[in-house]
Write a protein that binds this ligand. Structure first.
Ligand code: SF4
Length: 348
């Protein structure tokens, strides 16, 4: 089989999408701001997980002006638990740019969208095509997989000729009259039919046009590059209490920048977890009494893992580097989710 018949492919996929698409809240709006919020959330998050966040985020910040005017801590609090917090910080910055430089109106061209903080080719293409009907592709992981299989493109999709080829076919395929629907149709097929493992080819609306299916190689495309194992960082944290308040440190940089976390951190070679906690507390100017074990800490991020122990203790000391936080304030601050779970254990 040669290349797919593009007209047939467009026709079949669009008619399947119109009949079978999932009814999702962000598909019922043409508000470019709401569409931007949805696209940023769904970049790294599955729909089922992202939807409640989308709805909560929009009810907290219904307009781009509301988001621009909000303190960063409120934005991060609304995002807490979604991970990849750089997305929230960039979305916040983008809202400010839209208000300050574009009169509060989302730019309606790809170049200007692309120049917004944290907006890459995918988000610019998705917002441009869905909100403004611009003829631009939106190629996320799902779309990459679908196009690689349809066109039987092999190799590592993240670079080189395979990547260029995906971009070229994606750009060619976008129809002039329904770019937003088309981009969503390709992604919908990837999310519900053309699954990473065991694609449901027998029920696929474009199976007749699919190069990988014709050759029986759909399970091995895309091959991708093997992911390097994520290294473990030994850590120890402490819930330090003083008269109903808890000691929290605002993270200034790194993946949790702008969020609050428990004192503690890396355990050095040869150091015990308790000694590490005392060292971290001493650096903040705080001393603690006997430490009770609170349980293990295990959490995987995209490029590292935390493996360690948490403790609870009574502590004293004023610190300019950390803050004693009441329970009420704790509920309003953005807190590193692993740490909030540890705090919840102590609060019960
Ligand atoms: Fe994906 Fe199979 Fe459909 Fe091809 S036929 S697009 S591999 S689900």
């Amino acid at each position: 089989m040669g290349e797919p018949d593009e007209d047939a492919l467009r026709r079949q996929l669009l008619s399947w999408y119109r009949a079978r698409r999932r009814d999702l809240p962000f598909r019922r709006t043409r508000d470019p701001y709401a569409i931007l919020v949805a696209e940023v959330i769904l970049q790294r998050t599955r729909v089922a997980v992202g939807l409640p966040y989308y709805e909560r985020f929009l009810s907290a910040f219904p307009t781009v002006q509301d988001l621009a005017a909000a303190p960063e801590s409120e934005v991060l609090r609304a995002w807490e638990g979604l991970g990849f917090y750089g997305r929230a910080r960039n979305l916040h910055r983008t809202a400010k740019v839209i208000v300050e430089r574009h009169g509060g109106v989302m730019p309606a061209d790809i170049e200007t969208l692309r120049a917004l903080p944290g907006v890459g080719d995918y988000t610019a293409g998705a917002v441009g095509s869905i909100a403004f009907g611009l003829r631009a592709p939106a190629v996320d992981g799902n779309a990459t997989r679908v196009l690689a299989r349809l066109y039987r493109i092999e190799g590592d999709m993240s670079r080189g000729t395979a990547r260029q080829r995906i971009r070229a076919v994606a750009a060619d395929l976008v129809p002039v009259d329904a770019p937003g629907e088309w981009n969503q149709a390709v992604m919908e097929l990837g999310a519900t039919v053309c699954l990473p493992r065991r694609p449901r080819c027998r029920g696929c609306p474009v199976a007749a046009e699919c190069g990988a299916f014709a050759a029986g190689v759909q399970d091995s495309i895309p091959s991708g590059a093997a992911r390097a194992p994520v290294p473990a960082t030994p850590v120890a944290f402490v819930v330090a209490r003083n008269r109903g308040r808890f000691l929290l440190v605002r993270r200034e940089k790194g993946l949790h920048a702008g969020m609050y976390g428990l004192p503690g951190g890396e355990v050095r070679d040869g150091e015990s977890p308790k000694a590490a906690v005392r060292r971290h507390l001493a650096a903040l100017g705080v001393r603690c009494g006997a430490m009770e074990p609170l349980g293990p800490v295990r959490h995987a991020f995209s490029h590292l893992r935390w493996e360690g122990t948490a403790f609870a203790c009574a502590a004293v000391g004023k610190s300019s580097l950390a803050e004693w936080v009441s329970r009420d304030r704790l509920s309003r601050l953005p807190v590193v989710p692993v740490h909030r779970r540890l705090l919840d254990r102590v609060r019960k």
